[in-house]
Ligand binder design. Structure first.
Ligand code: ADP
Ligand code: MG
Length: 394
């Protein structure tokens, strides 16, 4: 049911050609690791999944549990392929149609965010994560000559945006078009992708830079957000913008060529666990606050959107500013919340589940982004014209 005033992270983009939707949220349980398997006899998992009912039960104690419903419940047996298909594929498809989209992984460190999004699967192609699978699907839809893909790969750490494809670029500013509200990063490397292999090499390069940057700053990557931004440009024959009054209708039902531009964000968020004691990781209180700022701002925005609040505090952090035209609102959004089975982390697991539940209340208003493809139009008109001239000369 569409509510009366759907809003995006950056304010509603309401128009007649928009479609309503909702942020889709999947929960994924990672299998027990070796340590947890050894302790097998000592504890039961803190959650019980009912995937066919799309339900998750979080144990409160030996006899009682709370039940939550998600759009999708992915078990420890769910394959990477299935995860891609239910979580990311619909978003990738709508980006190809000219919408913005985001797939985001949220959860405690060690629960499988990077496994879900970033696994390259060198050793085993079935292990490939969402980033690699998404690019494969996008590349398959590209027409050489007219269409193009370009990517930026970034990290946000302590409210600084760093370029993972060029480490010298370590303080990138966000630009916002005051008219369209489009968000961009003019200072970030934007690399054109032509094939899968060079894309995987880019991801590998980004990973290496991320590791080096974090070693230098003496931080763990779990404290930063890794963001892959994919720009897709596609020339298609659009619907007539004139409906019943199409000036091209007379020319063989001419459909105007349009360029659709979609922006896909794949976001591996920082670990959602709280930094309990700021001193314990060698950070001052100020640093600890700054480390968590983007993540807590995201939580606040989701709460505000879920409650249809008039004020969404999108300006409070780099992450929310960057995602403002691509999360909720005028974008297709999927969130995957990752959890582990251990009852030791029950409190963090409960907080992850609640984050996911709130995000399920966020509405989308989809708006397609296209502009007239003048180049292609003039080419097509030239062909038509040549034909008419040839016919006349006969
Ligand atoms: P995070 O990025 O959330 O900190 P990782 O993705 O690094 O967590 O996962 C932690 C460990 O658990 C890694 O060794 C990873 O390979 C493993 N793991 C996570 N999820 C799964 C899964 N669904 N199946 C198998 N192994 C997993
Ligand atoms: Mg990780």
């Amino acid at each position: 049911v569409r509510r009366s005033s759907p809003s995006s992270i950056g304010g509603a983009a309401k128009s007649d050609d928009s479609v309503s939707g909702r942020v889709r949220v999947a929960v994924r349980l990672r299998p027990r690791n070796d340590e947890e398997l050894e302790a097998d006899a000592d504890f039961a998992d803190c959650v019980e999944l009912q995937p066919e009912l799309k339900r998750l039960k979080l144990r409160k104690n030996n006899w009682d549990s709370d039940t939550y419903e998600f759009d999708e419940v992915l078990t420890e047996f769910s394959s990477q392929k299935r995860v891609y298909e239910v979580v990311a594929k619909p978003v990738v498809e709508s980006v190809l149609d000219g919408y913005n989209g985001t797939v985001m992984a949220y959860g405690q460190t060690g629960t499988g965010k990077t496994h879900t999004l970033g696994r390259l699967g060198d050793e085993d192609t079935s292990a490939r994560g969402i980033m690699v699978r998404a690019m494969e699907d996008i590349l398959a839809e590209m027409t050489p000559g007219t269409d193009s893909i370009s990517v930026s790969y970034l990290q946000i750490y302590m409210e600084t945006i760093q370029d993972l494809l060029n480490p010298a670029n370590n303080n990138i500013a966000i630009a916002e078009d005051p008219k369209t509200g489009d968000v961009s990063l003019p200072g970030a490397s934007l690399v054109e992708v032509r094939d899968q292999q060079s894309f995987v090499e880019l991801l590998r390069l980004g990973e290496a830079h991320r590791f080096a940057a974090n070693t230098k700053l003496n931080t763990e990557s779990s404290r930063s957000h890794a963001i892959l931004m994919v720009h897709v440009k596609k020339s298609v024959l659009g619907d007539s913008p004139y409906e019943n009054d199409n000036p091209y209708q007379s020319v063989n039902n001419f459909k105007p060529p349009v360029i659709r531009t979609g922006k896909l964000f794949l976001v591996d968020l920082a670990g959602s666990e709280r930094i309990h004691k700021s001193g314990s990781e060698g950070h001052t209180l100020e640093e600890a606050k700054s480390i968590n700022l983007s993540l807590s701002a995201l939580g606040k925005c989701i709460n505000a959107l879920a409650e249809n609040s008039a004020h969404v505090p999108v300006r409070d952090s780099k992450l929310t500013r960057l995602l403002r035209d691509s999360f909720g609102g005028s974008a297709r959004t999927s969130l995957i919340v990752t959890i582990g089975p251990s009852p030791r982390h029950r409190a963090e697991t409960a907080s992850t589940i609640l984050f996911g539940q709130r995000a399920m209340k966020v509405e989308n208003m989809l708006k397609i982004k296209e502009e007239f493809d003048y180049k292609s139009l003039s080419r097509r008109l030239d062909i038509q014209l040549d034909k008419l001239i040839a016919e006349n000369e006969r």
